[in-house]
Design a protein around this ligand. Structure first.
Ligand SMILES: Nc1nc2c(c(=O)[nH]1)N[C@H]1C(S)=C(S)[C@@H](COP(=O)(O)O)O[C@H]1N2
Ligand SMILES: [Mo]
Length: 217
């Protein structure tokens, strides 16, 4: 498999792309991470409880639907599979919605993903990273601090919910925030699954102008 998916452009810098304002969780005292939906035992974890879970370090490639790809960012975080161990999912659970903050709502952003694709060490809720240009450092607020999801490279990065506060387990697939707004339900970069209708760009799609002239912060 080629490393660069079709019609992607490599960037060394890590662009910042999101809608709405960057949330400020203060001292994280009231911050919780919830696992809910089709489970026997819903949980709500504090930031300290999250940070005591087993940690995974993975070097990943990211591919954004607006055509940028960045290789080899090394992340430290909690693997999706290690969070799944904390609950007893109902037998027919097959999908997850991974929530993030948008427009003042911690559960306003979401992305749908099939559970079976999330069981490796490349599906991570991350808080720290390093790359060619940075030593280990905390994720900046603009990249999703205190916790953001990074999907496996078989998914465009819109599936990587920033400021993530929860996972909902589902038996049926449900569109997340962008999937409900004209983006592809699956979003595989190798198959160029950008939009629900191939020839229709969803409204608000900025394309390359969104990131090519951007300064990294
Ligand atoms: N909460 C939230 N998460 C989000 C988004 C957003 O608007 N809100 N944008 C997504 C999109 S489209 C992309 S490409 C990545 C960008 O992550 P980055 O800014 O760290 O590069 O975040 C994703 N996660
Ligand atoms: Mo994106």
């Amino acid at each position: 498999m080629l490393r660069l998916p079709p019609n992607q452009i490599l960037t060394k810098k890590w662009p910042i792309l999101h809608e709405g304002a960057v949330p400020d969780y203060g001292d994280l005292k009231d911050w919780r991470f919830r696992i809910f939906g089709e489970v026997e035992n819903e949980v709500a974890l504090t930031y300290e409880e999250i940070m005591q879970l087993p940690k995974t370090i993975s070097t990943v490639d990211m591919h954004c639907v607006t055509h940028w790809s960045k290789y080899d960012t090394t992340f430290e975080g909690i693997a999706f599979k290690d969070l799944l161990h904390l609950v007893k999912p109902h037998p027919h659970v097959k999908y997850a919605l991974i929530y993030g903050h948008i427009f003042g709502d911690d559960f306003g952003y979401s992305a749908n993903l099939p559970i079976e694709a999330l069981m490796g060490t490349d599906a991570l809720f991350v808080y720290r990273y390093k790359d060619d240009e940075h030593e280990w450092q905390d994720l900046t607020p603009k990249h999703g601090f205190p916790l953001r999801f990074i999907p496996p490279k078989e998914f465009y990065l819109w599936k990587g919910s920033k400021w993530s506060c929860g996972i909902q387990l589902l038996t049926e697939n449900e569109p997340g925030y962008w999937e409900a707004r004209g983006y592809h339900l699956d979003g595989n970069p190798w198959r160029e699954e950008r939009f629900a209708k191939n020839d229709e760009k969803p409204s608000g799609y900025g394309g390359e102008e969104e990131w090519t002239h951007q300064e990294e912060e």
